[in-house]
Design a protein around this ligand. Structure first.
Ligand SMILES: [Zn+2]
Length: 591
């Protein structure tokens, strides 16, 4: 991504942070600053602080927020480039081609956006559309929700959408590519969705990428149809409402996973806004990753019937293997969340969550036990097999707990319950240790020279060490030598080489003999000038940020290599780099 540094600086400097933050937070003036309730976490006393002087909007409680771009990116949950683009537009800064890499999918997103408007207009401005609104209102979906979720209606005509999109100068090929129009055998074109209630679907960045459409004809066998998989829409990579709910998910630190779109909408309308829905009954790794980006806590709220229970059992393993904390909400039989919320309201739903959720293992285990006749040896064997499947990826404490429980329930010896030893599941997105980029040699040189100085006397040791924190070091082994030097000086007032070496273990001794005792400053007994001492101390003080930068650099290249977009890392990287921009010389030695 190539965004001109100057553009970024201009946006950061020219954005009025108070005005920007006020769009999302109610602020009150406190001295030079403004305070408000944090939009990123739940709180009762304000810890979200906006400083016009520093141009920063940040929470002192949870640490979220920052300068304008970062704040905007986090609060809207959009990529860095998108935040830059939107903030530039607010300021009337024109982004030149080359400032920002043009998204090759932009033309597809634009088609989808126009299609969403077309369906919306048809919902409110046609006789058939008004009947759909009536149907929605009967389902207790109010007009505000209809608008918020951009619900629409696809008219019962051959090619109205096609014509509307062509009138907006979209390419026929592109329209076909996003799955909205098909070509007939006679060469004419027809709309893919007709006479259906349209649910627009956004990706995790809030871009419209496809539709799910509900039939309005009770005789239709296909109750729901979705956009086909296209270059921008992969059903298995999408979770309904995940972008729109992201702020509430982070605030509650929990995601509610529903089965249906109506569940999400009803919940939202009743002020439960951290709900999302799957696009079917399975959950892909990609989708689990989307969840895990926002929170580790999942509450599954599927229908109370057998289908709902089975769907829950089906998605549990993937969630648990990814080390999410999962609870399952039990609803009265024959009730779906949509019914429950719209009949009983938010408070009853929250009460149900509080009193009627059980953890995922408990849920799975009790289902298993319920379906087993423990007097039938065949069924007991099946039970043990299923139990093995459930436990083999689990943390040791869970395995232990359920082995004991099963032994008691089946009245068998715990020793006979075997759980396969599986290599602990490593979520794929936890980066493996790759060759680490090393900090430039000059940092190590600085630390070695300071150590040689600190060895000269206890006074020097104290003078230098008091200026450094545990985060200021070039390599861990050298910082270790400094620590041991401190231990040595707490026992001794003068430096004695032989005694000091008794404080060192093998590896440390090795490091000391090779890196310190062979150093020219040691050999030639060189003294440092005051200016040099200051320079070396300030070099070590740069290392904490640089190590973070290296870590990010590693992560960015790793993610890009795996076809992922490392936006969070990129944003932080750029921010950190800006902070360190006075460090002009190269600070790392390549891979
Ligand atoms: Zn906060």
């Amino acid at each position: 991504m190539s965004i001109d540094r100057n553009i970024i600086d201009r946006i950061e400097n020219e954005t009025d942070i108070v005005a920007l933050a006020s769009e999302f937070v109610e602020l009150q003036r406190v001295g030079k600053n403004y305070m408000g309730l944090c939009p990123f976490h739940e709180e009762k006393t304000p810890s979200f602080s906006v400083s016009p002087e520093k141009n920063i909007a940040m929470c002192m409680g949870c640490g979220q927020g920052g300068r304008p771009i970062k704040f905007y990116q986090q609060i809207k949950n959009i990529p860095f480039a998108e935040a830059v683009k939107e903030l530039a537009a607010k300021l009337g800064i024109e982004l030149q081609v080359g400032n920002i890499k043009d998204n090759k999918n932009e033309k597809y997103f634009n088609i989808l956006k126009d299609a969403v408007s077309f369906y919306k207009i048809n919902l409110t401005n046609s006789t058939s559309g008004l009947k759909v609104i009536e149907y929605l209102n009967k389902r207790k979906i109010n007009n505000e929700s209809i608008d918020y979720f951009n619900l629409g209606y696809s008219p019962d005509y051959k090619d109205l959408l096609y014509q509307a999109l062509r009138a907006k100068n979209h390419d026929t090929t592109d329209i076909i590519d996003v799955g909205l129009v098909k070509r007939d055998s006679d060469g004419s074109y027809y709309d893919f969705f007709r006479n259906r209630l349209m649910f627009p679907i956004t990706n995790e960045f809030g871009k419209f990428v496809g539709f799910s459409a509900r039939t309005l004809n009770s005789k239709d066998k296909n109750k729901y149809i979705n956009s086909p998989d296209t270059v921008i829409f992969k059903k298995s990579n999408i979770l309904y409402n995940i972008n729109e709910a992201s702020l509430d998910i982070r605030k509650q630190d929990q995601i509610i996973l529903f089965e249906g779109f109506f569940d999400v909408i009803s919940a939202h309308q009743n002020d439960v806004k951290n709900g999302i829905a799957t696009m079917g009954t399975s959950l892909s790794n990609e989708q689990v990753k989307l969840i895990k980006n926002q929170t580790n806590n999942v509450l599954i709220s599927f229908d109370g019937d057998n289908a709902g229970i089975n769907a829950t059992l089906k998605i549990l393993p993937n969630l648990l293997r990814n080390r999410l904390f999962v609870n399952v909400l039990r609803l009265p039989t024959k009730t779906d969340p949509d019914d429950f919320i719209r009949t009983n309201g938010k408070d009853a739903f929250l009460k149900q969550i509080k009193n009627e959720s059980i953890d995922a293992y408990e849920f799975e285990y009790s289902q298993l036990l319920k379906n087993t006749n423990i007097k039938n040896t065949n069924e007991v064997q099946m039970f043990l097999q299923e139990l093995n499947n459930m436990l083999k990826y689990s943390p040791p404490a869970v395995i232990d707990m359920y082995k004991k429980r099963a032994a008691k329930d089946l009245n068998i010896d715990e020793q006979t319950i075997k759980v396969d030893k599986v290599k602990q599941f490593q979520p794929e997105y936890i980066p493996e240790r790759k060759p680490i980029i090393k900090l430039s040699n000059k940092y190590e040189q600085a630390e070695k020279r300071l150590i040689i100085l600190m060895i000269r006397s206890k006074e020097w040791y104290e003078r230098v060490q008091s200026r450094l924190t545990i985060n200021d070091y070039s390599t861990l082994e050298l910082s270790n030598i400094r620590t041991i030097l401190g231990v040595y000086y707490s026992d001794n007032d003068d430096f004695d080489l032989t005694t000091f070496k008794t404080y060192l273990k093998d590896e440390e001794l090795n490091c000391f003999e090779n890196k310190i005792q062979k150093h020219e400053h040691w050999v030639e007994q060189k003294y440092l000038e005051e200016k040099e001492i200051e320079e070396y101390i300030s070099l070590l003080k740069e290392t904490k940020d640089l190590r973070r930068l290296l870590y990010l650099k590693n992560n960015i290249s790793e993610k890009s290599n795996n076809g992922l977009i490392p936006e969070k890392e990129l944003a932080e990287f750029m921010e950190l780099q800006a902070k360190l921009k006075n460090i002009k010389e190269s600070w790392y030695d390549g891979y």
